[in-house]
Design a protein around this ligand. Structure first.
Ligand code: ZN
Length: 392
């Protein structure tokens, strides 16, 4: 069953006005299984919410399938990467994590491994193009089909909506978990959003089918009756606790690798370049603490807070230079230390031959936005490693 909201929802102009969260979507060619026999997961076990900011070209299938990146609508055209900054993405992720902090829901921007259940919310495209802030399949009572695909279209006019982005993402994910709309403003499942913060509610709230708050649209009466006297009311907090169990606990340390530059890479003096690092973590993206230092220097006592670990190196003189980097995630887990060497000489690097062998001056792998370069390595005379500024 699908959240068929009818045509009553208006898409209002002006960013301060409430917006309809769900676009109308076609009914699926193949419905969900209609009984608990189809349950692919145990009640009370955790799930993962994968927010895909990277853009995607979806295939066609029904029901939708996050692992196969396919669905029965929105597959005719690729959805572009979200154009908002990494800072906005991280803020959206943090707002989502706050809202699900009491439940076993991991929230990540990296696609989970195949042996893990996850809903994928594709975060891209505009409200103007898709008709509302998002869309999702609904009616999957008890989240028996845990690997679905939903959409959040916060690009364009609402690109900077952090609360509205988090609400839409979570709202659409929650539809795939079997939750319906409620008539309770500032609840995640309220059918419109104006970028105010929202949360899941404890009490029983009447289920409504559209932005006019008309009663109806009850997808899972038997679930509702577990927690409320009336089967057309929804109590989200005990429902989510039943579905996903206790909070997700981060026990995994981040991993680090060089991105776009190689250990031992050669530059002509004075060498200025950027070190970009590929970081992976179970709760990526997030703010990381980073320690970076050179040679036999001691590791700095104070870390730098960065969203995209990396730093710039300016005017590095002739020599063979060792760098060391460690990052820690928000839970305080530190990565293994990454060590690499950069060679700087007087000669220009040889041109690459036909096979690409030889040296080259790599283009600085600059990332979008002001979140890069939380740290600058400045070399003047005797090598000096200076932390210039801290950015958040
Ligand atoms: Zn909705």
């Amino acid at each position: 069953m699908i959240a068929a909201l009818g045509l009553v929802g208006l898409v209002l102009a002006g960013s301060a006005l409430p917006r309809r969260i769900d676009a109308d979507i076609p009914p699926p060619p193949a419905p969900f299984g209609d009984s608990l026999e189809f349950r692919d997961r145990e009640l009370g076990t955790g799930t993962t919410l994968f927010v895909n900011f990277a853009g995607i070209d979806l295939g066609e299938c029904s029901p939708s399938n996050s692992k196969k990146s396919c669905t029965w609508y929105n597959f005719d055209e690729a959805i572009p990467p979200f154009s908002g900054s990494l800072q906005i993405q991280v803020s959206v992720m943090q707002a989502i994590r706050r809202d699900v902090a009491d439940f076993g829901v991991r929230v990540t921007g990296l696609r989970p491994p195949d042996d893990e259940n996850y809903v994928m919310v594709v975060y891209g495209g505009t409200e103007a193009k898709y008709g509302a802030l998002g869309s999702a399949p609904s009616g999957d009572c008890f989240d028996q089909s845990p690997n679905e695909v939903a959409f959040a279209h916060l690009d364009g006019e609402t690109v900077a909506w952090v609360n509205g982005g988090a609400t839409t993402t979570l709202h659409e994910a929650a539809h795939t978990w079997g939750l319906d709309h409620v008539d309770f403003e500032n609840e995640v499942m309220y059918p419109s959003s104006d970028n105010r913060p929202t949360a899941f509610a404890q009490g029983c709230n009447p289920i409504v089918e559209n932005t006019d708050l008309d009663p109806g649209g009850v997808g899972c009466p038997e679930v509702n009756a577990l927690f409320c006297d009336a089967d057309d009311q929804q109590s989200a907090i005990p429902l989510l606790a039943m579905l996903f169990g206790p909070p997700y606990v981060d026990t995994i340390a981040p991993s680090l690798a060089l991105d776009g530059i190689e250990d031992g890479e050669y530059f002509q003096a004075p060498a200025s370049f950027e070190i970009a690092l590929l970081v992976a973590d179970d709760l990526h993206p997030q703010p990381y603490e980073m320690w970076a230092w050179m040679g036999d220097d001691p590791r700095p006592e104070q870390p730098t807070l960065v969203l995209a670990p990396g730093f710039s190196v300016e005017a590095l003189p002739v020599g063979s230079w060792e760098f060391h980097v460690v990052v820690a995630d928000e839970a305080g887990h530190e990565s293994a230390q990454l060590d690499f060497t950069i060679e700087v000489g007087l000669d220009p690097p040889p041109e690459p031959d036909e096979d690409g062998a030889g040296c080259r001056v790599a283009p600085a792998p600059v990332r979008a936005g002001p979140v890069r370069a939380g740290m600058v390595v400045l070399c003047v005379g005797p090598l000096l490693l200076a932390r210039r500024r801290r950015r958040r």
